[in-house]
Design a protein around this ligand. Structure first.
Ligand code: FNR
Length: 431
């Protein structure tokens, strides 16, 4: 970070320390688990790549969510408002954040091929997933521990996504119960499942989600062991608060490491379960896990974290109902490979048998158009809605969804796309 920007950030943070903003969002204390370690704040948050110093200055001055011009406008506010460890948990990738940055840079390797003289007076952004119609292809990816970002956490996200008609996927390690979230949304979420090494715990989580009305399980398979989140560690080291009141373990919400009882007993979905020996480490897990899950639930099963065509084919053979192309937002493997560059081989391998969703690095309507032209049936976003949540709670989440939707609408009109259902590979070329 350039010295002048560092200076202005310090000034701004000094101003914030005495500002009602901090108490308004309830983040002056340690609300909820972030990583026990953590980073430098050197602009790594989700790899914006395009929010320059001018934008940062403007962001600091946002007094309402409606003032935001693009999703990056919320990123700097999140960075300034959140405790360093919590921001580090949000921003981090793995190792030198190569995969995190690759996810963003991947979109620049594709160019849209605009079609002219198409009547685009009205466009349809609707998609159909499992016979259900959605007005928008933008889905909210599961993000753990959302009360670490705003006191209303998942409830604020549920209200915004429910009101605007977006599908929401709720994390295993949600800080609000699935029952409360479904009530706030007025329709059920899809429930994301981290496997544990304790089958009784897995069964209890699946049963509870199903009883709460969820019809879809999203099994995350890209974190068989904990990953090396250096940015998170560096930022946690800057954080002098006593975090033990909220979480005893050093494990991050989606960074499973070791036994988690001190961490999970603060998570509503784990209440009443015997957590004494539970670990998210599942290096032994293979494809037969899908069969085991099938044996205990009628819920639809999607596999999140697929990045190869052969794995996608295996997912179909294993009876999965869908796949999500994902590398956990660059927080799992240090592959250096973007998800948008992985979509095409997965789509080809699946050959229409099951829906293919994708996430990673989506920050613009044009990113959505590229991913869908490559064959994705819907796209999911992670960090952007959490930036909005961190900055303004529910209105921030709503504004992020509105901005991306509006950018998508304009991108469709300018590229001659009347309907996402008519979008095809001809609209995108490899740069
Ligand atoms: C995540 N992600 C995630 N995935 C999952 O399956 N379960 C989880 O609990 C979490 N938790 C989580 C926390 C935080 C802070 C982040 C940033 C991400 C991964 C998430 O679902 C999604 O794959 C990525 O966030 C998508 O990339 P972008 O949009 O953040 O670039």
């Amino acid at each position: 970070m350039p010295a002048d920007r560092l200076h202005s950030r310090r000034t701004f943070l000094r101003f914030l320390a005495g500002s009602p903003l901090l108490s308004a969002v309830g983040l002056s204390g340690c609300l909820d688990p972030g990583p026990g370690r953590s980073g430098t704040g050197t602009g790594v948050a989700g790899g914006s790549g395009s929010a320059g110093a001018d934008a940062a200055l403007r962001n600091h001055l946002l007094s309402s969510a409606d003032e935001a011009i693009n999703v990056f406008d919320f990123q700097e506010m999140a960075r300034a408002l959140l405790p360093p460890a919590h921001y580090g948990y949000l921003a981090t990738g793995v190792d030198g954040d190569e995969t995190l940055h690759a996810n963003r840079e991947g979109y620049a390797r594709f160019q849209l091929r605009a079609r002219r003289l198409v009547d685009v007076s009205t466009v349809s952004m609707g998609v159909t997933l499992y016979e259900q119609d959605w007005d928008t292809p933008i889905v909210l990816s599961p993000v753990g521990s959302q009360r670490a970002f705003h006191e209303e956490g998942e409830l604020a996200v549920a209200r915004a996504s429910g009101a605007l008609g977006h599908l929401q996927v709720l994390s295993t390690v949600t800080t609000t119960s699935v029952e409360e979230v479904n009530a706030a949304r007025e329709r059920p979420v899809w429930y994301q499942l981290y496997p544990t090494d304790d089958w009784a715990v897995t069964q209890a989580l699946v049963g509870r989600a199903s009883d709460a009305g969820c019809d879809t399980l999203v099994l995350t398979v890209d974190l068989p062991v904990g990953s090396n989140r250096e940015t998170a560690q560096r930022l946690a080291a800057e954080d002098s608060r006593d975090c033990t009141e909220c979480h005893r373990s050093g494990a991050a919400a989606d960074d499973p490491m070791g036994f988690l009882s001190g961490y999970l007993d603060h998570k509503p979905m784990f209440q009443g379960l015997d957590l004494s020996q539970v670990s998210f480490d599942t290096p032994f897990m293979t494809w037969d896990f899908i069969d085991r899950l099938r044996g205990i639930t009628d819920m639809r099963i999607l596999i999140k974290g697929i990045v190869r065509g052969d794995d996608a084919r295996q997912a179909v053979l294993s009876g999965a109902d869908g796949v999500i192309v994902s590398n956990h937002g660059g927080r799992a493997e240090p592959s250096g490979r973007s998800t948008v560059e992985s979509v095409e081989e997965v789509v080809a391998a699946v050959n229409g048998a099951i829906p293919v969703l994708m996430d990673g690095g989506i920050r613009r309507g044009s990113d959505i158009l590229k991913a869908m032209a490559l064959g994705a049936n819907a796209v999911c976003i992670g960090r952007p809605y959490i930036w909005g949540l961190s900055a303004f709670g529910e209105p921030g989440v709503a504004k992020v969804l509105e901005l991306l939707t509006e950018e998508l609408r304009i991108a469709m009109q300018l590229h001659g796309v009347r309907s996402l259902s008519r979008l095809d590979r001809s609209y995108v070329t490899r740069a």
